[in-house]
Design a protein around this ligand. Structure first.
Ligand SMILES: Cc1ncc(COP(=O)(O)O)c(C=O)c1O
Length: 716
């Protein structure tokens, strides 16, 4: 059992010991009741689930929470367990290191629920609604009378709305089902003499909770405006992640990207996009009818990984140059290997240029829950956060694969729309965003309601009308878990990862940077760190001396039943998620120790040196037109000079080389042939062949379509 901490910024008073003990016991008892109701867990009476820690002045907060007062060094014991922050009304307008307390809390512990404790006779205070509550001291000091009100408060902060309603429906209300899915609460398996084992292996609840939109009382993704537990859960996730609006999405961030880009872009509009973005972004560009202008991401041939786009290149792409102005910038932050962009700076550049900033955060939805992902004192004395949607600075949109790193079933994804975007749309009057106010206008004014309406419409294009309800429940619960114990979960894993890296390096007799790829190893030399880029330590990129060493290491991993996330010729990526436990590091460490001679910076690059140049180039016709037009198969060799009408995605590295609308070049074809030679034809998605051998065909625009379609250059 874990004891969580309630941190109280509180002025000591006479009879202090008694008060603290009463409040601690009162909160603990209420929390026990709450957990029994919300999570169906019974906590032993002798075990106090909450402990109270007091801090006597705002200035003491950094030291109370962070080791040495520095968030990048990790949390103190007690700080890491914090689940609730209470502040006496007398401190409410205080400052921490020159920063207003409310801003400091928003920056460093944004996701923690906060309670202003008000005392009789003192001037009234107004708390912001989001994540704040106000409670009179008598409620806390007389819990025997007010226990229900404290439980109510806890429910407001942590009750998973959808999961609770679904559990109650399944356990209490459900009777005879005359609706989908066809297994009918699992009967089709349980009653079969052959499939009963499957029923038993999964457990009955997964089948009984696999419901249908016919159960109207729970809600339907297609009607997000209705007052249902499903929409309540999404409202709560929005509060937890600090957005103006959050939406649950089925079929992963792939779907989030499609729905969002169709909402934001109109056919023919320009979108700036990192060339190494996920293929779903390319698909979304096709479906939205937009024109991509690619930003140069760097291919790192030594490690076989993509680096980020530099701030310089982003700034240059945003500058007016006489061509059509872009509407949107899409960046992947963090990258697969964990490179995070300085989102505050990019949003500043974008807003200056009248461009919206869209962050594909598929790999890092957890950043709002730990102060490590903060950049202290970097802009005018203000600290900045790396999670793209936040309340201090940052992007206008973020999409996250909740399932990749947090406790949700596969495919679970969230869209977050920032408060900043809402303000830009409804309150900003700058001329560079006139187009935005027109796009989402209601009665002649920029309207967030209109934007939301449009987003819902495009979500309906892509959502399944039969979502998996247990999957939706995990989206609800994953957010609540992060709010309740996310700080501890992330802190533990940051410490375990740091400890693991240090132990492996010591075992290999090498500096850590010679064993694990850091920011500059991935991005290349340059002022990345001083520009605000950061390497997320929860993406462990182990370097192996050569492709042979890498292959041998992977063999050793398999022998130990260890499955990694992704590998290149000379690196292996281990993903640390909220479900990674300490023993996992121990198992991995044992393999590292036994194979230490294989670990180290690879000496030379691999065969993929041409990737960056091969994939550069802008489309010559609209990707949507090229993808939907009549095409013809030609052999790979004969495709040079033709216009691609389908994607060709070699894996690795998983970045489309042929994109509908691009003119095919000889280096592109060589790149694809290289992948076929080293990884086999199955590694090139989109290639056509019979029986797994050549000739290989690709689809290109046929000559009639090529002459019919307007070249993009003509209209840009
Ligand atoms: C950067 C990025 N965005 C989006 C996606 C798609 O996410 P999902 O698998 O949730 O559809 C991925 C998947 O790997 C990805 O790497």
């Amino acid at each position: 059992m874990r004891t969580l901490t309630v941190l109280w910024l509180h002025s000591p008073d006479d009879g202090e010991g008694d008060l603290l003990s009463v409040v601690e016991h009162g909160l603990s008892d209420a929390f026990r009741d709450f957990c029994s109701e919300a999570f169906n867990v019974r906590m032993p009476l002798e075990y106090p689930p909450l402990k109270l820690t007091t801090v006597h002045s705002p200035e003491e907060l950094p030291d109370a929470l962070f080791i040495g007062g520095d968030p990048s060094r990790g949390m103190t014991e007690g700080g890491d367990d914090a689940c609730l922050f209470m502040v006496d009304d007398s401190f409410y307008s205080g400052t921490v290191r020159g920063m207003p307390l409310k801003d400091w809390l928003k920056t460093y512990i944004p996701a923690l629920p906060k309670v202003a404790v008000v005392y009789p006779g003192r001037p009234p205070i107004v708390v912001p609604q989001r994540r704040w509550a106000k409670k009179g001291i008598e409620v806390l000091s007389r819990p025997e009378f007010y226990r229900e009100r404290i439980v109510h408060l806890f429910k407001a902060f942590w009750l998973p709305r959808f999961w609770s309603a679904m559990r109650q429906y399944v356990q209490v209300k459900a009777g005879t089902n005359w609706h989908t899915p066809g297994h009918n609460g699992g009967n089709a398996f349980a009653d079969s003499p052959f499939l009963r084992g499957l029923y038993e292996a999964f457990g009955s609840m997964i089948f009984r909770s696999d419901l249908s939109v016919s159960v109207e009382s729970l809600g339907d993704l297609s009607s997000p405006e209705a007052q249902t537990p499903l929409s309540e859960a999404q409202k709560m996730s929005s509060e937890i992640f600090g957005s103006a609006l959050s939406r649950y999405v089925t079929n992963g961030t792939s779907t989030s990207n499609k729905a969002m880009l169709m909402t934001l872009l109109k056919p023919g509009e320009v979108v700036l996009v990192d060339r190494n973005c996920h293929k779903s972004v390319h698909h979304a560009i096709v479906t939205s009818g937009a024109v991509p202008r690619y930003l140069p991401s760097r291919w790192n041939s030594r490690l076989g990984v993509w680096g980020p786009v530099s701030l310089h290149d982003i700034e240059r792409a945003l500058e007016p140059d006489g061509s059509q102005r872009p509407r949107l910038l899409v960046l992947t932050t963090c990258t697969y290997e964990g490179v995070l962009y300085p989102v505050w700076e990019i949003s500043r550049l974008c807003e200056r240029a009248g461009v919206l900033f869209y962050a594909d955060e598929a790999w890092a939805g957890y950043m709002a829950f730990h102060p490590f992902y903060t950049r202290p004192d970097c802009v005018a004395g203000r600290a900045m956060r790396y999670n793209a949607v936040n309340e201090t600075s940052g992007a206008h949109f973020a999409v996250q694969s909740t399932h990749k790193t947090m406790a949700a079933f596969s495919q679970a994804s969230m869209i977050h729309v920032s408060l900043r975007f809402k303000a830009l749309l409804e309150e900003d009057a700058s001329p560079q965003f006139r187009w935005l106010r027109r796009r989402f206008a209601l009665n002649g004014h920029g309207s967030f309601e209109k934007f939301t309406h449009d987003l819902h419409e495009f979500l309906r294009y892509w959502h399944s009308t039969s979502p998996h309800y247990p999957f939706l429940a995990t989206l609800d619960v994953a957010g609540v878990q992060m709010r309740l114990e996310g700080m501890k979960l992330i802190d533990e894993r940051l410490k375990w990862a740091a400890d693991f890296r240090a132990r492996v390096a010591a075992e290999c007799g090498l500096p850590e940077g010679e064993c694990f790829a850091g920011l500059e190893d991935i991005a290349g030399t340059g002022g990345w760190a001083s520009d605000g880029f950061l390497k997320d330590p929860l993406k462990i990129v182990l370097m192996l001396r050569s492709p042979e060493a890498c292959a041998a290491f992977k063999k050793a991993l398999l022998k130990s039943h260890i499955q990694w996330e992704k590998s290149t010729a000379t690196t292996i990526l281990f993903l640390v998620t909220v479900g990674t436990v300490e023993e996992h590091f121990e198992c991995l460490f044992r393999v590292c120790r036994l194979n230490r001679a294989l670990i180290g910076r690879p000496e030379a690059g691999n065969d993929d040196e041409n990737v960056s140049s091969a994939v550069q180039g802008d489309p010559v016709v609209l990707p949507r037109d090229a993808a939907l037009c009549d095409g013809e198969f030609v052999t790979l060799e004969a495709s040079v000079g033709r216009i691609a009408s389908q994607f060709l995605v070699p894996y690795p590295p998983g970045i489309p080389v042929f994109v509908p609308g691009l003119r095919i070049t000889a280096p592109m074809v060589e790149l694809v042939k290289g992948v076929i030679a080293s990884e086999g034809v199955g590694a090139v998605h989109g290639l056509f062949c019979r029986g797994g051998h050549g000739p290989y065909y690709v689809e290109v625009l046929n000559r009639d379509e090529e002459s019919r379609l307007e070249p993009l250059g003509a209209s840009r």
